[in-house]
Design a protein around this ligand. Sequence first.
Ligand code: FRU
Length: 496
Amino acid sequence: MNSQTLREARRYEEATEPLLNPAERPSFHLASRVGWMNDPNGFSYYKGQYHLFYQYHPYGPYWGPMHWGHAVSKDLLHWSYLPAALAPDTPWDRDGCFSGSAFELPDGRQVLMYTGVMKIPGANGEFQEFQRQCLAVGDGLDYEKYAANPVLDGDDLPLGCSRTDFRDPKVWKKADGTYRCVVGNRSADGSGQILLFVSENGFDWKYEKVLIKNDGRFGKMWECPDFFSLDGKQVLLTSPQEMLPRGFEYHNGNGTLCLIGTYDEDTDTFREENDQSIDYGIDFYAPQTVMAPDGRRIMIGWMQNWDTCTMREPEQMWYGQMSLPRELSIRNGRLIQKPLRELEALREDKVSYQKVEVNGEVRLNGVEGRKIDMELRLSPVEGEPMYRKFAVRFAQNDMFYTALSFRPQEAVLKIDRKFSGSRKAIIHQRRSLVQGSESGKIKLRIILDQCSVEVFVNDGIQVMTATLYTDGDARGISFYADGAAQMDVVKYELKI
Ligand code: FRU
């Protein structure tokens, strides 16, 4: 039986969605149905299609009591909304159904494991928040909260583990049919840690151990963990809060972290080997992965960041979108991200140019657009000195543009959306070091979808993601070089 809170949310989203203007929305990125969206949740393949749930406050373009929005897709690009799946309607989650994941039971039902939030007024008038892990069981459309919720609470934790920062369970099933889950937690020293829990049947959960400790290395609390094997290695993805910058690798504030190492399943021991950022742009956070039926590990992130999500107008009826789904692999100890290959089926109207010499500003016939897939291969011109700077400007008209610029001497690629229409003093630029690009050779695959840009560098060795606030008629693209550079350009419209 759906609660009144959920029925109201479903009625509201159904009545409000037709008022939104599709022309101002992304086409192949999932955006909130109405109101606010943050983290991807319950990313799964269930009953022949992908399900993606998300942190959702339908009633306005701002964070509020968290529901779970719900959408389904066959190819992760054409999405259909389903009615909201969860609402904050039980004592355990009355202040929000926070992030979590999904798994399938042997009998075919789907379980959503999420964090229930409850705030209790303390003696001093301040509220104390409790975060507990809860379940809801359903059929891909309707989910019933488990009567014995919560399945994990503070009493399940060893001393020193926070009961307030205890959230975002990510579950997986082992080959022997038992379940494991990782949950983000704060340890007594204030820094993050990832806890591991075990269950025989998916309903009764037990604490196993601290899987990984932050020990003050990468920010403080670690949110939204994901843990999986990939190409013979083990990967932990998490989103640390309160990061300090480190070179060009990590930036201040809410960041993303990928630890690559090995995992001994018998002793549940993770040994770290490398660390890196997941995304080097401005707007990417809290990613979650799914294993596709063909074995690909696919990641989707919230295409925003808590530190930069103030660029919205009160009358706007939606806010928040997901990144492009990205295929993950590991090469030379690094996480490689490639745009989902299904995207190629959306390509139309190919325009291509070879060996275009750029020295000063260049525009190319047919190279423009706001929903495009464009690949640039850049190199120095033979016999000429190395160019000092190359830039491509897009979403451009007389007033606006967003730019990617590259300086080979420094091996630095910069994204700059200062002139993208933003009216807030949020971060507008970010720089990234591109290993090996001192040669002046660099490959950039730039994907635009009306209000966003994602740049895949050198076949996915790095990605830079940013949201744009630019009027829809700013469609121009121009190229610029200080010194002589040469480029190949292939550009497609992406049509859904
Ligand atoms: C990450 C996060 C999660 C939490 C959710 C609340 O963006 O803070 O840790 O579950 O958002 O909406």
